[in-house]
Design a protein around this ligand. Structure first.
Ligand SMILES: *[C@@H]1O[C@H](CO)[C@@H](O)[C@H](O)[C@H]1NC(C)=O
Ligand SMILES: *[C@@H]1O[C@H](CO)[C@@H](O)[C@H](O)[C@H]1NC(C)=O
Ligand SMILES: *[C@@H]1O[C@H](CO)[C@@H](O)[C@H](O)[C@H]1NC(C)=O
Ligand SMILES: *[C@@H]1O[C@H](CO)[C@@H](O)[C@H](O)[C@H]1NC(C)=O
Length: 617
């Protein structure tokens, strides 16, 4: 009874909110409502037929077919493995620390040391190891680890403990591609850990720097000091307002790394850093390791897959600093950048890492962020409308510690709301700022912390998204007599009936009674016409594409009989194949159902809005 009452109240509030927003027509003549202020996002299909052929199962990596690495690292030391000692008897190793050179483009080798100790304390995070066994066997590899740095353990920090940030990113991975290729990780973080996926997370530019600069500095490249190679007045990127500077000042230990040193986000077109920007910096490793890739199996460093090496570096960081506040950002591109399906190889290992960190208690105080910079940018994908939208909507999920959400129920509610709203990389930056100072007011009007409510009415212009990147669909005038309206309404009724079809002996089949409102949305002209960036800095857009609309989204409100119900739903018309998809999760009943579903409500509560019991009480 109480539940029914609450449901009625919440339905009433939903309807009132919709009416107030001008969203739902009040009468039957509301087909030309031009006051569309809400960002309507496209309904993208996970396995859209245009996209499906690009995905397949990659063959597994063969790293473990070579002899297991002789050297492994834990807690600031390297160890010679038991297996290597057994097989090669006396093992003599030469250890060479790798230091960062004068800037981002140089590595300096430290003084090598030889010895046969099975455990050696590391001087630097990155090092070369060359070993020989008494049986003549040899081993040579580059390793990454977290060396023990006393000053970082002594850093003062605030109590109670500040929240850690752990952000892991994949290059070129749309929201849907992440779900296609990393389903275990996605399911684990969403269903088990309660992460929220931001479905309206929209890019603000073309390329990795255009995503990472806003996240890490709150600004886009044009707003920051000139740092491009070959420009007279350009300087290193050190002067940018990096978030990790502020985090360090607040006692955080910081970690950042990306693979692909030759194409580094801040070093490919830009001059990179003069000084090492974070406490633990992986570039030194990749500068050395990538020169040796040719000696290894594809995607391997010895017996360890390269992406596993990257993930291990996060694990070692967390174990090295159990009590310090930590900021960690690792960005992987090797397996995700070029071939659509290769990132499947990361899924299990990433899930395992997150599971381990959770088991060890680290996630109790960590904001876990899984993200991507943008979707795939291959011409073949960009030639489909679905591909264009996927490029603009990268994956982003946020998982706050449950304890934090329990003590901040408003934040928990905002995350749910924000998951359906337009958001951008600037909002991640604002989130970090709010973590540092919970009550800080946001000064940049285009940025909104994910912990606060993002307005439903937010437009791309307000969020700092240029028209050709904006995924919000454009409202289109439609006539109430248009045949397509009746067709989509019929599809919606069919979908509603399908919910109860297994219970037809109890639930009446519903029929369309009226259509009270309908709105049509299509991709904006700028999105359809965007072909590519004209310059390598991604500042100028080539708007010469002539793609025609392929998917049209309809928002319709209908009435059905015999249950005198009103429903609202979204139906997408695929004009090229003249087929329809109904968004099942988005069908909502907008009037109260009272006792109508009494015959199923106990056993099948999800059917309540859709079942009209043939025997009414
Ligand atoms: C890790 O190394 C530090 C410093 O060398 C040492 O104090 C600490 O006891 C070690 N922890 C473990 C678990 O071995
Ligand atoms: C760099 O020089 C260009 C061209 O002279 C000028 O437009 C720009 O404002 C300068 N940028 C900075 C940061 O000084
Ligand atoms: C934020 O402000 C509120 C109200 O002034 C206060 O109760 C709360 O403790 C503040 N939170 C933090 C984290 O400073
Ligand atoms: C549409 O149909 C529903 C359900 O039968 C009914 O409650 C509603 O009053 C109708 N609306 C109009 C405007 O006729």
């Amino acid at each position: 009874m109480v539940l029914a009452f609450l449901l009625t109240i919440s339905l009433y509030l939903t309807i009132r909110a919709w009416l107030e927003s001008g969203y739902l027509g009040k009468g039957s003549k509301n087909f030309m409502n031009e006051k569309q202020t809400i960002c309507v996002l496209p309904e993208l299909q996970l396995w859209h037929p245009d996209i499906k052929p690009f995905f397949m199962n990659p063959s597994p990596l063969e790293c473990s077919s070579v002899e297991e690495n002789w050297i492994y690292t834990t807690n600031g030391s390297y160890h010679i493995s038991e297996a290597a000692l057994q097989k090669h008897r006396d093992v003599l190793c030469e250890y060479t620390p790798l230091h960062r050179g004068k800037d981002d483009f140089e590595v300096k080798r430290g003084t090598s040391k030889k010895g046969s100790a099975v455990k050696v304390k590391l001087e630097t995070d990155m090092f070369l190891a060359r070993c020989v066994g008494s049986d003549g066997g040899t081993y040579s590899n580059v390793h990454s680890s977290i060396a023990y740095k006393e000053e970082l353990h002594k850093k003062p920090h605030r109590k109670p403990q500040q929240m850690n940030v752990l952000m892991f990113g994949l290059d070129s991975t749309s929201r849907l591609t992440w779900i296609r290729n990393l389903p275990r990780t996605h399911d684990y973080v969403t269903s088990q850990l309660g992460a929220v996926v931001m479905e309206g997370y929209n890019i603000v530019g073309d390329g990795t720097p255009q995503a990472l600069l806003p996240i890490l500095t709150g600004h886009n490249e044009m707003e920051l000091p000139e740092a491009r190679k070959g420009f007279d007045n350009a300087s290193f990127v050190d002067g940018h307002p990096w978030i990790w500077k502020e985090l360090k000042d607040n006692g955080y230990v910081t970690q950042w790394g990306e693979d692909g040193a030759a194409f580094g986000t801040f070093t490919y077109r830009m001059l990179g850093f003069k000084e090492q920007p974070v406490d633990h910096y992986m570039r030194t490793f990749y500068l050395s390791a990538e020169d040796m890739y040719y000696r290894n199996k594809p995607y391997c460093m010895g017996s360890v897959p390269r992406h596993v090496n990257m993930l291990n570096w996060i694990r070692e960081f967390y174990r090295m600093y159990p009590d310090q506040p930590k900021f960690s950002f690792l960005f992987h591109s090797e397996l995700s950048h070029d071939v659509h399906s290769m990132s499947r190889l990361i899924d299990q290992d990433l899930k395992d890492l997150i599971w381990d960190l959770d088991q060890e208690g680290h996630l109790d105080n960590t904001l876990l962020i899984l993200m991507a910079d943008h979707g795939a940018r291959f011409q073949s994908m960009r030639q489909t409308e679905q591909g264009k939208f996927e490029e603009r909507l990268p994956y982003l999920s946020l998982r706050f510690p449950p304890k934090f959400l329990r003590s901040h129920p408003d934040v928990a509610a905002n995350l749910q709301k924000n998951s359906k709203r337009l958001s951008t990389p600037y909002d991640l930056h604002a989130t970090f700022q709010q973590l540092l100072n919970f009550n800080r007011s946001q000064t940049d009007p285009r940025a909104k912390s994910f912990m606060t409510e993002i307005p439903k009415s937010r437009t791309c212009a307000e969020a700092g998204v240029e028209p050709h990147w904006c995924s919000c669909l454009q409202w289109q005038r439609i006539s109430s007599s248009d045949y397509i309206i009746h067709k989509t309404a019929a599809e919606l009724v069919k979908a509603i009936n399908s919910f109860s079809s297994k219970h037809r002996h109890m639930c009446a089949e519903l029929r369309l009674h009226n259509i009270t409102s309908a709105a049509r949305f299509i991709a904006t002209e700028d999105v359809l016409r965007f072909k590519k960036s004209l310059d390598e800095d991604g500042r100028l857009a080539d708007l010469s594409d002539d793609m025609s609309v392929s998917d049209v989204l309809y928002q319709i409100a209908i009435g059905t009989e015999p249950n005198q119900a009103t429903y609202e739903g979204i139906v997408t018309h695929h004009t090229h194949s003249n087929t329809f998809t109904v968004s099942y999760r988005q069908i909502s009943r907008t009037n109260r159902y009272g006792d109508q579903p009494h015959c199923v409500q106990k056993k099948h509560p999800h059917l309540r809005p859709f079942c009209f019991c043939t025997k009414q009480m």
